[in-house]
Design a protein around this ligand. Sequence first.
Ligand code: IPE
Ligand code: IPE
Ligand code: MG
Length: 253
Amino acid sequence: MIEARNLPAHVGIIMDGNGRWAQGRGDDRKAGHREGSAAVRRIVRAARRLGLRALTLYAFSEQNWERPEDEVDALMGLLREFLLTERGEILDNGIRLNAVGNLGRLPGIVRAVLDPLRKDSESNGDMTLTLALSYGGREEIAAAAREMAKAVAKGEMRPEDVTADAMHKLMPSLAVGDPDLVIRTGGERRISNFLLYGLAYAELYFADVLWPDFQPADLHAAIESFQARERRFGKVGKPAASNGDAQVIRIAI
Ligand code: IPE
Ligand code: IPE
Ligand code: MG
């Protein structure tokens, strides 16, 4: 059972472990990515069913371009296939599909399916599914800084207007709000350039399960862990007994 009231509004997932999943079976890394793509489908469905407002999936980092060409090509092919096969379900289920990152670097075969789906799902409001593609947190921060530097140079902005909030407004990945919960699968305890600016007060959850094996029950376990934590945002915590008799509404999962 998951508490209906205290759901994280925005969940980010670093989907890691595809390569090791395949290698562990004596298979090609590409086979791991294919299975990882099936995991994306079931987790998007599970997130929508739970009623999450935003799900951000780290699908390809700016640094992942440095992988062997055949692996990059396979990932781009799978991305195209995902966007084509899930299009109907995304549109029918009130999901808005968005993408963040250096999208100009993506090949035409991806842009040709990504751009129309972004546009056609624009008015959907139940859940925003953001794909981080050719994405880097540092690159996103640098892009925001560059934009402000240009505005200051043109005299449209004063240096003292360069605030944490002004930076935040220029981060496409945070248009849906800061991530409340960030999950990393695959056993590594690191962030690997994901949503750096928005991570300030995110709750982190590391799962040892490799991404292709990640199930809705694993997502539920991460959310349960989130719900058992007290977020303080630098302030002092609530007295322990304060919500003693509040009625808790739960979602059966
Ligand atoms: C995550 O799995 C997918 C991408 C980064 C695109 P990996 O391919 O990083 O898998 P491991 O970490 O090598 O097992
Ligand atoms: C992070 O995983 C990127 C994605 C999941 C898309 P990596 O496999 O690229 O990260 P490192 O190399 O282990 O830090
Ligand atoms: Mg990895």
